[in-house]
Design a protein around this ligand. Structure first.
Ligand SMILES: [Zn+2]
Length: 337
């Protein structure tokens, strides 16, 4: 499971931006500090800075940006027109020092929303493109959200929840840890998620999952239109409580109570019983298959043994038959003689 364990948000205050999607322009500029050549690729709405060796990775990331942007824009429901800057850091040191104070998501990338900046590690450091889609969409979601909301304070659960909801699918084991938290009454309250930076890792992971599910809950209960209204009212009023009331007709306290009820419905005892059946039945089925296989093999061996015995018996009976007939023939000859 991959969950961002730390904030990537450094500060806020954004203008809107738009991610147009046409082919880019490639320029070569001297890089600051390193003296190495730095390439710049500009596509509508996005600008990359990178070392030439990372050009294939830039193609890959641009493909992700192009694919994810329409869905992100549709879910945001707000216009955004600023160009986003994606920097590919060539070394781990360059990654950590490109924006002093920024804390990477998953150690692999971070966003600085007020600069409309996303910094990613070169696959020359990581050795893989694995996970880049999830990471790029996550960071892009942060920057686009802040850009669309024009720098207002976004509650942490909504900020991370939106990024996480947009970036990934949720698997069985994600749900399992939530079930434990719901059943044991250990959920982190949405308000407390604001302090996620100070949480131990397992608690931070839970907080991020809950955040994603709070956004999922909004989408399921109020639809995309509800989320659009929440964002729009938050942009205009700067208050999550007011925005929540305007969008859903409940205070943020009422919203959290409803969300908790949703969590209990979907991740409480009912879910435990449903999943337990799966957990119990799946291995049981495996054991039954194994027993059936062993039984079949045992029977087949028994049959083979029986056939072997019968063949031997048949051979003996043939021999006996032959001996008897032979004796009868000899006796008849003696008689005739
Ligand atoms: Zn994040």
């Amino acid at each position: 499971m991959r969950v961002d364990k730390a904030p990537q948000r450094v500060s806020r205050g954004l203008r809107s931006w738009c991610l147009g999607l046409v082919s880019g322009v490639l320029l070569l500029l001297p890089s600051l500090g390193t003296g190495a050549e730095e390439s710049v690729r500009v596509a509508p709405g996005v600008r990359f800075t990178f070392e030439p060796a990372d050009a294939p990775f830039v193609d890959h990331v641009l493909g992700i940006v192009r694919e994810a942007s329409p869905h992100l824009r549709a879910t945001l429901g707000l216009p955004a027109a600023d160009t986003i800057h994606i920097h590919i850091a060539p070394t781990q040191e360059a990654f950590l020092t490109y924006t002093p104070g920024a804390i990477p998501d998953w150690g692999a990338g971070y966003a600085v929303p007020d600069r409309r900046l996303v910094v990613l590690r070169s696959p020359r450091i990581t050795g893989t493109y694995d996970g880049s889609t999830e990471l790029v969409v996550h960071e892009l979601a942060h920057v686009m959200l802040h850009s669309a909301l024009r720098g207002v304070d976004i509650p942490r659960w909504l900020d991370e929840g939106f990024a996480m909801h947009m970036a990934r699918e949720w698997g069985f084991w994600d749900r399992a840890s939530l079930v434990v938290a719901v059943v044991s009454g250990n959920l982190v309250s949405l308000g407390a998620i604001q302090g996620v930076n100070t949480f131990p890792e397992h608690r931070a992971q839970l907080a991020y999952q809950e955040s994603a599910l709070a956004v999922q809950y909004i989408l399921r209960r109020y639809g995309e239109a509800g989320l659009h209204t929440l964002f729009d009212r938050l942009r205009l009023t700067g208050s999550i409580d007011q925005a929540c009331f305007d969008a859903f007709g409940v205070s943020i306290v009422g919203f959290e109570r409803d969300w908790l009820a949703y969590m209990e419905r979907n991740y409480g005892w009912r879910m435990v019983l449903g999943e337990s059946l799966t957990i119990v039945i799946a291995p049981l089925f495996g054991v039954l298959c194994l027993l059936a296989f062993l039984q079949i093999r045992r029977r087949r061996k028994a049959t083979l043994r029986r056939w072997a015995r019968e063949e031997v018996d048949d051979w003996h009976s043939d021999e006996d038959d032959w001996r008897r007939k032979n004796e009868e023939w000899i006796m008849s000859r003696e008689r005739d003689d």
